[in-house]
Design a binder for this molecule. Structure first.
Ligand SMILES: [Zn+2]
Length: 305
């Protein structure tokens, strides 16, 4: 495909589906046009590299090899990179199937495979029918967490190390939350903590985690918040594995934990960041709080460390 034809295609594609997004002219060195059908992906990769810089991806370059498939992997990676550069416009149609086939110069089965990779990674999906095409989707936080949890299981990471990371993140979160908490946030936090006794009476002891996760969100740092959610659910999953019933343990600690939570929220409400931090550190250091997060047999090791 000539540079001119590619320019037209790309302009058509973008201006039709994503109005308002401006692209600089495509710069392709002369004599470096792809000659084979499957090289289209590399071509697209270069195009992707010249796209707008107002939304620079977190990573300098996505590795096309990580998607595995030799032919479809680079196509999936190129589309993914473009979606990142476009600022992940959920719901927008990136291109129709015909446009993608033309653009990458791959066969329909290879494109289907690439779309399959994007679908399984919750990046985009192919919508059939009129107005159809490759639609950008929002990745689901739960499945991201599940993937990380699986990987940590594979690495055989000890729960005590997961717990350590969780404590470090929680302390960072409460410091940040204390700096930016609003009156509305205080109301929500208070409601969460005040609801704990009723929820615990109903046997819902996960209520004790909610205030921690809420403080994670109040940090204003989605990275910390996401990691806190992931690590917490990993610890809970580990501690309840093999059908262990931990509710008796939770219920015996409930009063102490609830009281600690009231104290933490009180310090946040007063805007006293150092007191909030101190109370959170003490709360997290409490062996009984830790114990609820650890599988049987790990508790003593954790306390001794
Ligand atoms: Zn707690």
């Amino acid at each position: 495909m000539s540079q001119c034809a590619l320019d037209v295609l790309r302009k058509e594609m973008m201006y039709t589906f994503l109005p308002g997004i401006k692209f600089p002219p495509v710069q392709i060195p002369p004599g470096r046009e792809p000659d084979g059908r499957e090289d289209g992906a590399r071509h697209f990769g270069r195009v992707g590299a010249t796209l707008q810089d107002s939304n620079e991806p977190l990573y300098p370059a996505l590795d096309p090899q990580r998607h595995g498939s030799k032919l479809a992997g680079p196509v999936a990676a190129a589309i993914e990179e473009e979606i990142v550069r476009l600022g992940w416009p959920v719901g927008a149609v990136v291109a129709t199937e015909a446009e993608l086939l033309n653009r990458f110069g791959v066969s329909p089965p290879v494109l289907r495979q690439a779309v399959g990779i994007l679908e399984s990674n919750q990046i985009a999906r192919m919508r059939r029918g009129p107005g159809g095409g490759l639609v950008v989707t929002a990745p689901d936080e739960t499945s991201v967490g599940a993937a990380v949890a699986l990987y940590l299981e594979y690495l055989k990471v000890q729960p005590s190390l997961v717990g350590q990371a969780r404590v470090a993140i929680e302390i960072a979160c409460i410091e940040m939350a204390a700096q930016r908490i609003t009156d509305d946030d205080v109301v929500v936090l208070r409601e969460l903590v005040n609801a704990e006794p009723t929820r615990a009476e109903e046997g819902d002891f996960t209520c004790l985690l909610d205030v921690h996760l809420a403080i994670g969100e109040l940090s204003g740092n989605p990275v910390l918040s996401l990691f806190l959610k992931m690590l917490t659910s990993l610890l809970v999953a580990r501690s309840t594995k093999e059908g262990q019933d931990r509710s008796s343990q939770y219920s015996s600690n409930f009063d102490d934990e609830h009281r600690d939570h009231l104290g933490i929220v009180e310090a946040l409400t007063a805007g006293d960041a150092s007191l909030a931090r101190l109370r959170m550190v003490r709360h997290l250091e409490d062996p009984l709080v830790l114990q609820c997060m650890m599988p049987e047999g790990q508790n003593t090791a954790m306390r001794a460390s």
